[in-house]
Structure formats: C-alpha cells, structure tokens
Design a protein around this ligand. Sequence first.
Ligand SMILES: [Fe+2]
Length: 401
Amino acid sequence: MAHYRRVGDVPPKRHTQHRRPDGGLYYEELMGEEGFSSDSSLLYHRHPPAAITDAGAWELPDLTTVANHPLRPRHLRLHELFPGEEWKRLDPVTGRRLVLGNGDVRISYVAAGEASPLYRNALGDECVYVEAGEARVETVFGGLPVRAGHYVLLPRGTTHRWVPHGEGPLRAYCIAAHSHIGPPSRYLSRYGQFLEHAPYCERDLHGPAEPLLREGTEVPVLVKHRGSGGAVVGTRLVYAHHPFDVVGWDGCLYPYTFHISDFEPITGRVHQPPPAHQVFAGHQFVVCNFVPRKVDYHPLAIPVPYYHSNVDSDEVMFYCGGDYEARKGSGIALGSVSLHPGGHAHGPQPAAYEGSAGVEFFDELAVMVDTFRPLELGEGARACEDPAYAWSWAGRGPAAG
Ligand SMILES: [Fe+2]
C-alpha cells in the first residue's frame, strides 16, 4: 500500500518532538513491514503504546484441519453454520469458524451481531469480505464504515474491533494470510501508483479519516500470533491505556476498504481467464472477484468458463450475490462455497455450459481465493458440506450397495 495518507495531528518533521497542549510529549510509534525496509506509518500516541499490565492465554476456537482426502470437489453451505438467531450473541472476531486453511491462508466465516473485543492478528494481514450487514471497524488508525460488498484490509498487527449495527447479522468471510495482502504488483507502477489498465485505483480505496481518541485504562486486547511448530495461538494482553489514543499518523501502511462495486470488470470477445478478475494478492494465494458484467461478444462465444485443470492451485469460490452462471444445476446458492482442488479438472455443470451460449450479461457476484498449496478442511467445512456436489457433473454418485 504505497498510497501516502496523513490523518490528525503530526509534527512537521519525523522523529522530532511532538508536544501536547500541556507541554508533554506524544509517543511516536513506527509500524512498519519487513524490518524497517518496506511500507510503514508513524503514529503519535498520548500514552506509551508498549505499556501492558497483564498477559494471559486466549483460547482460540477449533483451528484443526484435515486433508481433502479422498480428493473431491466440495460444496459448503456457510449459512448453515449459524442457524436461527445464534448470530445475535456472537461477535465478528471470536465467533469465526474455520472453513479452509493451509500454512499460507485461512478462510473463516461468521454471522454476528455483537461488538468484538479489541483484537489484532500478528500472523498476517486480514482481508475481510462483508457479505451482508453493516458495521464500523474501529482501528488504532481511526474508524472505517463498512457495509455489504466491502473488502476490509487490515494490515498485520493492526489493533481493531468490529462493531456491527443495523437490523440483520453482519456476515463476514475472512481471508487471513500469513503474509501481507495488497493489490497485485502488475497493477502498479514501479513507484506504487495504480496503472491505467488496473480495474480499480487509489480513488476506490478508503482509509480512516480522523483519529478515534478513546480513553480508558486496563484495556484487554486479544492477539493471534505464532506458536511453536507453526501453530496458531492466542494471548490476551491488558494495556494500561486504551490503544486508540493516537492523535495523528501518516505513512503508507494503514487499514482501508474497497467496495466490490468499484471493481471495473475487464471483458472481451471470448472468455477472459480468472487473472483478469484479480483484486488482491498474498503470498502463495490470490483473491479474485466475479462481478456483474457484460460477457463475451464473439458470435460463437461460450461465456461460462472452459473446463480447467489448475495443476498448481486449489480454487475456492464464495457465492455472495446474483446467480452464478457456471454453477446452475449444482445446488450452489448464496452463501455457498465451492472448493475445486488441484488434481481434478472442473468447469461448468453441463446444462450451464450449453445454456450460456448467446447470453450477454452475467448477474453474479463471487469472491475467489486460489491457493498454490492444497487447502485442508476446517471444522466449519466439515459441519456444512453438501455431500452430493462432487457427483453433480455426472448426475449420479457412487452405486448404492
Ligand atoms: Fe475454476
């Protein structure tokens, strides 16, 4: 995120005295990536940001995974994970259920109505797609208003909390990396500006506009971080003063939102491959989105995808709007996830393949994550699988008896 931003009260020269009205000093913190050698921001706190008074274990929910074995495509009905009004007593951080994961990225899902505790992820950046509902994401950099269709990008180590509001549940699809997540480098100039061919640009990214300036003492913060042997563990730190005490900050590292409706789809006479739909990249995975668009206009075009063997990746689609053209006749509906693993070719269900000829517009909305290492199934996936999906192309499954 090389797009410079300045919010609130910062001194004219970095690393110099920045004084409060009463003459005391503010406390400067550099939050930076890659050990002082990449993007960073300077934040000015009313209180020392290191002042903790207690540390204890935070017991994380079940993060165990099992291999996709025997190998098969999967259909997961995420809405079934939160039946009835259960969402009303859950929050968007501790209520997450792990759906899929590997050593590079974990995908979880939550439906929630309560405000979350203060939280930060020390493992990597989070990219949270809001499927439904409204919330305010309060961060050490300031607040971000979010609604259905927003991606919320939270850099590693950003202290924040989710505060849902409005009528229904906040439904959030959480893509948590063990790395950083940002725009693909091919969209950017060598200095970090979005290029003309990119499907979105700086104007579509929205960062915090003003400091929050919260006061408080003995404030707990949940931290997700690395344990031994690659394990993910949690710690509850108690801060002497509220972490949202920043009077100003500037730099190129901060949380931001991007609304999926601001993604300008790239279309052609014949089928455009998924990289044309890419929105973000992380280490060993990419995020793409399929948005409502005019489709292929060659007179003999087949607008749904050709069958494809992604020999180097597992492909995860989250169906979050419209009616996904290539999955018609498969049981896929809103809130569904499909996992199409490497080692198995996939493509449209046969009726969708034939039926798409001559279609001019797809009213579909889906978020795709392609990973370059195999994904394993979390407890959330195991709890909401549609076992018939694997056989939906053939129209029949294993012979009975
Ligand atoms: Fe695919």
